[in-house]
Design a protein around this ligand. Structure first.
Ligand code: TPP
Length: 644
């Protein structure tokens, strides 16, 4: 058909159907349902093409197009505030709030973030990235609004997956208590990244789909109406029965009991129905929950058929949905997954835990081979670590695989439940270091700092996939106290996997000998350090290179020996330099009264925005070139020979 709202902008990529004649989001209020529906299709197409080109979160965004349109055509952002939980589904919101022209820069360095960000737009009232924070944020904004005597609607949009996170429940509990005016929109697509887990998910499932449940509801209602009301006692009991029946059958009772008025479920792809539900519920005082049913991947058949694969995806071919230009070879994550399956075959004490990231952490094969020894706890990192502690206390060897950035959630459990009781829990800390396009909320650049300060914790970083295997094997065999293994979001170094073998506990490895400078590195940056050392030799600087392997216990003997020999030390790590590996080296030198020049190379005390991993590493000076330059400037030979 082609409605008047679209202006053709020739030559601008991705903007052929740009609604140029609209002021967004204001003019959405003047559009008919048919026009909004047409805009929905244009947004879908634009998102599919953009994500096919550079990767991103697709299925979650395809599921909320009508929801975003209904929200923005009913409420008035930025006065009314919409908080998208996790924020991976905020693309339609971004397109509708002044970011259409920049959408082609999505997830690029210097471009639009893949998540809501306060510095990006006034329409993003609160940044997200980690799950289950939106209701706390909505409650805080609602209270601030009330204290300042302002008028605004505060809306949290949270998925059924994110609702499995404890923080969401804490906030619901408190919202019901405070009775603040706010709206929680439950975007229920029956999925987390993969299958959602737990009783809550089953509960939502019953509300949305179980025909027996609906039948039951009707029967109960009819029966309740037929209860004879004769005499006082009978009336009383009839009332009780009615109330009991109501509590049995009323959908959303769980939320009602928490103090939120429940409405729904509503078809999340029907803009008219959504707008009407928003208008009605907006009139209700106090906290309300509107249950909206959506389909993950809606409108792109490959995403509808495989929503988990299209949750977050690299570039793909539009015509067949197949990945384009994927890095081949075994990744660190893959090496971890394979090794764990292998070790589990010979050790029945090994159990694995994930917090809603079975595929992401490489545990799919383990889950299918050992379903009884595998626990997906939902988006509940704190619980995962607390439970792992108790599994260890019960005599098992739990391996908890959590991304570095999400493990931050469980810091107290790490200290209080695991380390204080010196329990043999193994932490597989995936995505440690620079993660790339997901940006600052997802960079894994703090784990060396936060894990290192936990007493009893051993901390290891392999420099290639085979070493990962050996260190995991070593930690499992040792079985004494907690140990963490951190590795990056990257393909391995191509060395393959040999037989798992024991590595000496707390010992580093000399990769190269030299007298002018000691470069000591943690993790795969030891490889970049080695490459830099070879180049340094070409300009007359002989650098020794140590692969630390253990950040804790640090191999002090090896460090001191080579530090004395070289006279100056360059530390390299893919972590914040605050409290990280370099700090561990400095502490060791101080402990041993060795005063030497030390330079710390790592991530400065700042958040790192999104971009390709390689680019960010180079910007942080953590690639071979950066290490070479830093070493050259720092080495005494470089200075005395005036090579800088
Ligand atoms: C604390 C935390 N743990 C894990 C994740 C990774 N993660 C991102 S989205 C997601 C699933 C969210 O499911 P849901 O809320 O239902 O949204 P949907 O993608 O289904 O729309 C997970 C586990 C995260 N962002 N934060």
């Amino acid at each position: 058909m082609g409605l008047a709202i679209f202006g053709k902008q020739d030559g601008v990529k991705g903007m052929e159907r740009y609604p140029g004649r609209l002021r967004l989001p204001e003019d959405l209020h003047n559009l008919s349902i048919a026009e909004l529906e047409e805009l929905a299709e244009v947004i879908r197409r634009h998102m599919i093409e953009t994500v096919a080109d550079r990767g991103g979160h697709l299925a979650p965004n395809l599921g909320v197009v009508e929801l975003a349109l209904a929200l923005h055509s009913t409420f008035k952002s930025p006065r009314d505030r919409i908080i998208w939980d996790v924020g991976h589904q905020s693309y339609p919101h971004k397109l509708l709030t002044g970011r259409w022209e920049r959408f082609h820069t999505l997830r690029r360095h210097g471009g639009l973030s893949g998540f809501p960000k306060v510095t990006e737009s006034v329409h993003d009232p609160f940044g997200t990235g980690h799950s289950s924070t939106s209701i706390s944020a909505a409650l805080g904004l609602a209270e601030a609004r009330d204290q300042r005597g302002e008028r605004a609607k505060i809306i949290a949009v949270i998925g059924d997956g994110a609702l499995t996170g404890g923080m969401a429940f804490e906030a619901l509990n408190h919202a019901g208590h405070l009775k603040s005016d706010l709206m929680v929109v439950l975007n229920d697509n029956k999925m987390s990244i993969g299958t959602n887990v737990g009783a809550l998910s089953a509960y939502l499932d019953r509300i949305r789909s179980d025909p027996a449940y609906s039948r039951l509801k009707e029967e109960f209602e009819q029966r309740a109406r037929r209860v004879p009301l004769v005499g006082h006692r009978v009336v009383d009991s009839a009332e009780k029965i009615r109330k009991g029946l109501k509590s049995l059958i009323k959908p959303g009772l769980l939320f009602e009991e928490l103090g939120l008025a429940y409405f729904g479920p509503v078809d999340g792809h029907n803009i008219a129905a959504l707008k009407s539900a928003f208008r009605q519920t907006a009139r209700v005082k106090g906290p309300v929950l509107l249950h909206v049913l959506t389909e993950k991947g809606k409108g792109y058949r490959y995403a509808e058929a495989a929503p988990e694969r299209f949750h977050g995806i690299g570039p793909f071919d539009l015509q067949n949905g197949l990945p384009r230009g994927k890095k081949s070879g075994l990744s660190y994550t893959g090496a971890f997954g394979q090794t764990l399956v292998r070790l589990a075959a010979g050790d029945s004490r090994i159990v694995a835990l994930t917090a809603a990231m079975t595929a992401g952490t490489g545990l799919k094969e383990f889950a299918s081979r050992y379903p009884q020894r595998f626990y997906d706890v939902g988006i509940a990192e704190q619980h995962a670590v607390g439970m792992a502690a108790a599994l260890a206390a019960g005599g098992l060897r739990p391996v908890v695989a959590i991304y570095s950035t999400f493990l931050q959630r469980a810091y107290d459990q790490i200290i209080h439940d695991v380390c204080m009781q010196n329990l043999p829990v193994i932490f597989a800390v995936d995505r440690a270091g620079i993660v790339g396009e997901d940006g600052e909320t997802h960079q894994g650049i703090f784990d060396l700092s936060y894990l290192r300060s936990a007493p009893q914790m051993a901390l290891m970083a392999p420099r290639h996939e085979d070493e990962l295997q050996h260190l995991l094997y070593t930690a499992v065999q040792r079985g004494a106290g907690p140990a963490a293994l951190r590795y990056p979001r990257d393909k391995g170094e191509g060395v393959g996997l040999t037989e798992p073998r024991l590595l000496p506990w707390g010992r580093g490895e000399v990769l190269r000998e030299g007298d002018d400078l000691l470069i000591i590195a943690a993790g795969p940056c030891a490889n970049a350090a080695l490459a830099a050392a070879e180049r340094l030799a070409g300009v007359g600087v002989e650098a020794a290179v140590i692969n630390a392997r253990f950040i804790k216990p640090l191999d002090e003997e090896l460090l001191l020996k080579w530090a004395r020999r070289c006279g100056r030390i360059l530390t390299v790590e893919e972590n914040s330099i605050v409290g990280g590996f370099g700090s561990a080296v400095l502490e060791a030198l101080a402990r041993n009264n060795l005063a030497l020049p030390v330079k710390l190379l790592g991530i400065e005390d700042a958040f790192v925005e999104q971009g390709p991993r390689d680019l960010l590493l180079s910007l942080c000076g953590l690639d071979g070139e950066g290490i070479f330059k830093a070493a050259l400037t720092f080495s005494s030979a470089g200075i005395s020979e005036g090579v800088i």
